[in-house]
Design a protein around this ligand. Structure first.
Ligand SMILES: Nc1ncnc2c1ncn2[C@@H]1O[C@H](COP(=O)(O)OP(=O)(O)OP(=O)(O)O)[C@@H](O)[C@H]1O
Ligand SMILES: [Mg+2]
Length: 468
């Protein structure tokens, strides 16, 4: 059922309940007031009759077979213990208004009853009480409840005529109000419908009312901004990844063409196979790196940590670079504390050390040293990779961990770097709850420092690693 209709029905039901309840309460208080006034006047009248009786001012008779005429047309009787009438008015009639049982009760004090008699249009309120301290007679006074009945009738009339009108008017009002309140919602809904993947830059026009709807539009626009940002990020990532894949693929294609020509005797097959294997290894490394970052973006469990000594892992990482280091005539020096144990994902940890050592060797001059340190500092395991190369340009340092960022794209590209190594390091270290920094050392060269928590339950530095 539409919200608007639901609101109108609820308001109609509320209005009906309020009108009925209000009318009943009003009728009750009005009739209670009228009845109280009537009671007071009956009490006053009874007192007057008792005074008149005591002063022998009433024309009493022993047997009121014929009613005694009364000027005020009121209902008054004086009844004896033998249930005869000493006095009665024309309105009260020739028969005692009260029964013997009521008479007995009235002898002891005030008795109020509501009576109906043939010839009376409405019931009467009747008061019976002792006629005086020295007599056993009872004074009976009564008056019609016309006013109380009239009030009840009037309220009934209001209920019948005004009630439905009020209910219909309030339901109509609610319908109109809900319509105007929901109109901006409908406008927003139509705008949201128009925002599609084709025009993701479109935004909702805030109603400018400063109310909850304006806040909803702002929140929705914020959500769209974040989604667009994520979409842009993914697009850039895919574009950059394709670009990076193209270069080694083009080189591979060119070299394969050379193999074709070499078949006619121009290229040494061993050397060519070696070069092709290198190209394919580069592609595999690139694909691995992209996969690592994509998995981290997905929020999929990138690391599965297990407490273990770090020294063997660092040593194993260095072993993988012995040949490269030798070729570049770089000496790797490891200074490791063998007792440092930390919860790490062994494969990912080796990837971190490998990427940093790869950079250090790649950017080191021939004959230089690359120093790798592992030690415990407070509650962290600290891994340092220091080289004596040119270091990083100061303006590049803040961007060094961004994906596909290279200080000197042309030069690094030639040297085979895609600009992903440090981004991968950052992502893996972050997934371990650690931190990584890169700086230039005072004596020329770069220092990469990784700091990993020693406790399994150490709090994660940033629960939502920003995408680099
Ligand atoms: N030790 C270093 N000395 C000098 N410059 C460095 C060093 N480490 C990194 N850089 C600079 O930072 C850039 C980013 O490094 P990163 O490891 O992310 O990418 P890469 O080494 O170029 O390529 P990849 O690691 O993906 O093969 C490098 O291109 C280089 O310009
Ligand atoms: Mg690198």
């Amino acid at each position: 059922m539409a919200l608007r209709l639901r609101l109108a029905l609820v308001v109609a039901a509320l209005a009906a309940t309020l009108v009925a309840g209000g009318s009943v309460a009003f009728a009750f208080s009005m009739s209670a007031g009228a009845r109280a006034t009537l009671q007071h006047s009956l009490e006053r009248r009874a007192r007057r009759v008792i005074e008149q009786l005591a002063g022998h001012l009433l024309p009493t008779v022993a047997n009121a077979a014929r009613p005694v005429a009364s000027a005020d047309q009121s209902t008054v009787q004086i009844v004896t213990p033998s249930h005869r009438l000493l006095y009665t008015t024309a309105a009260a009639g020739p028969v005692s208004l009260i029964s013997l049982h009521l008479f007995a009760r009235a002898r002891r004090g005030q008795v109020w009853v509501q009576l109906r008699r043939p010839g009376w249009d409405n019931p009467h309120l009747v008061l019976a009480e002792p006629a005086g301290p020295v007599t056993s007679d009872v004074v009976v006074v009564g008056a019609s409840l016309d006013q109380v009945v009239d009030i009840t009738h009037q309220v009934d009339l209001v209920l019948e005529l005004v009630g439905p009108a009020v209910v219909v008017a309030s339901a109509g009002g609610a319908w109109l109000l809900a319509g105007s309140a929901l109109r901006p919602v409908e406008r927003l809904r139509a705008q949201v419908q128009q925002i599609s993947a084709g025009n993701p830059r479109a935004r909702l026009a805030p109603p400018g009312t400063g109310d909850e709807l304006a806040a909803l539009a702002d929140t929705f626009n914020g959500l769209l901004d974040r989604l667009c940002g994520a979409l842009d990020h993914q697009r850039q990532f895919v574009a950059a990844a394709s670009h990076e894949l193209r270069t080694p693929l083009a080189a591979l294609e060119a070299e394969l063409e050379m193999v074709g020509r070499g078949a006619r005797g121009a290229v040494d097959p061993v050397e060519m196979t070696h070069r092709l294997t290198g190209r394919v290894a580069e592609l595999v490394r690139l694909a691995d790196g992209l996969l690592t970052l994509a998995r981290a973006d997905e929020g999929a469990g990138l690391v599965h940590v297990e407490p273990q000594p770090l020294e063997p892992l660092v040593a194993a990482s260095l072993d993988g670079f012995r040949a490269v280091a030798e070729r570049s005539r770089v000496t790797m020096v490891l200074d490791a504390d063998p007792f440092v144990v930390a919860p790490v994902d062994a494969t990912r940890f080796r990837q971190v050390v490998g990427n940093l050592v790869d950079n250090a060797i790649r950017y080191s001059p021939n004959g230089a040293r690359v120093e790798i340190g592992l030690r415990r500092v407070g509650t962290a395991a600290v891994i340092d990779v220091r080289d004596h190369g040119p270091g990083l340009p100061a303006e590049f340092l803040p961007r060094a961990f961004e994906r596909f960022s290279r200080a000197d794209p042309a030069r690094s590209r030639k040297e085979g770097g895609a600009g992903l190594g440090l981004a991968i390091v950052w992502t893996i270290v972050d997934a371990h709850g650690g931190t990584v920094t890169l700086s230039n050392t005072p004596d020329r060269g770069a220092l990469a420092r990784v700091s990993l928590p020693l406790d399994v339950g150490a709090p994660h530095a940033d629960p939502h690693p920003s995408r680099r």
